[in-house]
Design a protein around this ligand. Structure first.
Ligand code: C5P
Length: 238
């Protein structure tokens, strides 16, 4: 899969297989098959079976499990995830360059193919105050994000997860080819929910996002298919 393919990823934040599949039934007749994100909630509830079922149904999958452990453990876990044939997975950049290199090694299949691998820089829920006072990181959030993104690039990863507002910063630090996957997307005329550093799909495209991750603006919409198609149209400028 080409890294900078540009697409809309739907965050399937559901608590069960049934809830997820009945949501996806609505998309049966949609021309552009959605790219899906499975996070911790659904994966811990439904296990690898939900991934296999969605792959059987032809969806691309970003498995958002944010691995962070010693390099050897991450390497072995990545080998298991790679065998699930997912399209994209992630780790925490805070695990160090060595851990990210191990992740990449574990992910690479015998034939040399592998899912895309991206790193979480600083979670968008972490404030600079918490970073300084609790984590004793004496730097600005932006400097930390740029450094973590450069570490991910050095380890050979394909890109990072970041706020759409940080996409330019990451591209400037790591180059245009380095992928940015950005949650924190809201339509300009809608509620922000608990997200803070947000923007809308068209603006995310302008700043440099390669993939936008959209949850509640689609999953909680009155007409999820229409909301998805609006995201696609705005983000891909169709
Ligand atoms: O519903 P909403 O559009 O806010 O969903 C965003 C998705 O992206 C959620 O699954 C959330 O866990 C994920 N995410 C995020 N911010 C990050 C990393 C992941 O919102 N920094």
């Amino acid at each position: 899969m080409k890294a900078n393919a540009k697409d809309v990823i739907i965050a399937c934040d559901f608590g069960s297989t049934d809830a997820c599949l009945s949501f996806l039934d609505k998309f049966k007749d949609v021309e552009r098959k959605p790219f899906l994100k499975i996070g911790m909630e659904l994966y811990y509830a439904a296990g690898p079976e939900i991934v296999k079922e969605l792959k059987r149904r032809g969806f691309k999958i970003f498995l958002d499990l944010k691995l962070h452990d010693i390099p050897n453990t991450v390497k072995k876990a990545m080998k298991v995830l790679s065998n699930l044939d997912v399209d994209m997975v992630n780790v925490h950049a805070a695990g160090t360059v060595e851990m990210m290199r191990a992740a990449l090694e574990g992910l690479t299949r015998e034939d040399g193919t592998r899912p895309l691998l991206i790193a979480v820089t600083q979670l968008t829920s972490t404030s600079e105050k918490a970073m300084r006072e609790q984590l004793l990181i004496d730097a600005t959030i932006n400097d930390t994000i740029a450094q973590y993104a450069q570490n991910a690039k050095e380890a050979g990863l394909d890109g990072v997860v970041c706020s759409p507002l940080e996409a330019r910063l990451v591209k400037d630090a790591c180059g245009e080819e380095f992928m940015t996957v950005t949650p924190g997307i809201r339509f300009a005329d809608a509620a922000k929910d608990d997200q803070v550093r947000i923007t809308d799909p068209a603006r995310a495209r302008e700043i440099g996002s390669d993939y936008i991750v959209v949850g509640r603006p689609i999953t909680a919409a009155e007409d999820p298919v229409a909301a998805y198609e609006r995201c696609v149209k705005d983000f891909l400028a169709l």
